[in-house]
Ligand binder design. Structure first.
Ligand SMILES: NC(=O)c1ccc[n+]([C@@H]2O[C@H](COP(=O)([O-])OP(=O)(O)OC[C@H]3O[C@@H](n4cnc5c(N)ncnc54)[C@H](O)[C@@H]3O)[C@@H](O)[C@H]2O)c1
Ligand SMILES: [Zn+2]
Ligand SMILES: [Zn+2]
Length: 374
């Protein structure tokens, strides 16, 4: 089997430092494509894995927010039907729909329980990446985008419209689909309603953009870092709240800015304390839209009576309810039309060996997205 050498960020096991390794990559098999990576964003989900907050197997090629160019297609991939011709820019989806389960058949591919995304292997249960000694290496969510090239299931590779910058395509593959989709697909914001977004990383700022696109009357952006508030205003926030140490004050400030509480309060951090904050600022009939993901095993609590009595809701949003083949090109077109300023999220461009520094910046909430360029 022909193979080539790649460079990739490999995590031996969660909670350890990723290393840049030279690995061998096989040619794509049936139903797969090989992609020369152009850009991979660093998402907080990568940091959860890096820091051992989620349990994932290893060794594994990290990364799930990437885009690149089709290098070769495996047997059985219908190039005319899929648009996956060699040289095409594709954004990669970290949910690889199996295409056969009840969720996939119903069009809710983000709920697919048997996606290769959960095994970190190709749909046939094998890996295309190996260490020089022959040891198999997994690929995070079956796409492992922090690699100079990668073999992925064809269903994960979504052709992008001409003119889409690779880094924009990469971000559409996670934070944009997640944040924009949460407020336009999972829980579509009604024009004229009020939205608060707590946590202004790539995901939260995308939710701000989505709420603004959906013509929310007010979009209140909340973060504990001042610099994030200014950026949020530039991408559509109408008000901002600097979250200090006291949650009671933060809730009061959010209520003040939304005439009694937001119709939808998005949590885009993944901390029990901010999940509780999102629930406690809701007015009667309001909904907390949970997008941030906590470390494994964590719980949040809230007072039940006023929640039920006030007909409030809590909704979880996975991947912004994305149907990647439909939504990714649509988000790219919105970017190209100047209606979704995705490029504003890119605050550093780095090489693969800058990954640990990017994780440090993310821990300090400095900047928004670091994008690895290949
Ligand atoms: N639901 C999904 O499908 C999905 C997809 C992608 C990412 N995520 C999750 O979304 C979350 C956000 O990801 P990201 O990449 O945007 O993260 P990020 O680290 O870039 O942004 C987090 C933001 O939260 C702010 N913050 C942290 N603690 C705070 C506090 N106590 N009060 C106010 N602000 C605070 C930080 O200053 C930062 O601006 C992560 O948990 C990630 O795993 C979920
Ligand atoms: Zn992500
Ligand atoms: Zn499925």
């Amino acid at each position: 089997m022909p193979e080539s050498l790649i460079r990739a960020a490999v995590l031996e096991r969660p909670g350890t430092e990723p290393r840049i390794e030279e690995l061998t990559l096989d040619e794509p098999r049936a139903g797969e494509v090989r992609v020369r990576m152009a850009a991979s964003g660093v998402c907080h989900s990568d940091l959860h894995v890096r820091d051992g907050e989620w349990h994932r197997p290893g060794p594994i090629v990290m990364g799930h927010e990437g885009a690149g160019y089709v290098e070769s297609v495996g047997p059985g991939v219908d190039v005319a039907a899929t648009g996956l011709e060699v040289g095409r820019l594709v954004a990669l989806s970290w949910i690889v729909p199996c295409g056969r389960c009840r969720s996939c058949l119903a069009g809710r591919v983000w709920e697919c329980p048997v996606s290769p995304s959960y095994t970190h292997l190709m749909p046939d249960g094998t890996s295309r990446v190996r260490r020089p000694g022959g040891e198999d290496v997994l690929a995070y969510c079956a796409i492992g985008t922090m690699a100079s090239s990668q073999v992925v299931p064809a269903a994960a590779a979504i052709p992008m419209p001409d003119g889409t910058p690779p880094e924009v395509a990469a971000l559409i593959g996670c934070c944009v689909a997640t944040g924009v989709g949460a407020v336009t697909k999972t829980l579509p914001v009604e024009p004229g309603s009020s939205v608060a977004v707590i946590g202004l990383g790539g995901v939260g700022l995308s939710a701000v953009m989505g709420a603004s696109l959906a013509r929310a009357s007010g979009v209140v952006a909340v973060d504990r870092v001042e610099a994030k508030l200014a950026l949020a205003r530039e991408v559509g926030a109408t008000d901002t709240v600097l979250a200090g140490g006291d949650p009671v004050e933060t809730v009061a400030a959010i209520r003040d800015a939304t005439d009694g509480g937001p119709d939808v309060c998005v949590e885009a951090i993944g901390l029990p304390s901010t999940v509780e904050l999102a629930v406690s600022c809701l007015p009667t009939g309001g909904a907390a839209l949970l997008v941030g993901m906590t470390p494994a095993g964590q719980r949040a609590s809230f007072e039940v009576f006023p929640f039920v009595d006030g007909a409030r809701r809590i909704v979880g949003s996975n991947y912004g309810s994305a149907v990647p083949s439909v939504d990714f090109p649509r988000y790219a077109e919105l970017y190209l039309d100047g209606r979704l300023p995705v490029d504003r999220l890119v605050t550093s461009r780095i090489a693969l060996d800058g990954l640990e520094d990017a994780f440090d910046r993310m821990r300090r909430a400095e900047g928004v997205r670091s994008v690895i360029e290949f």
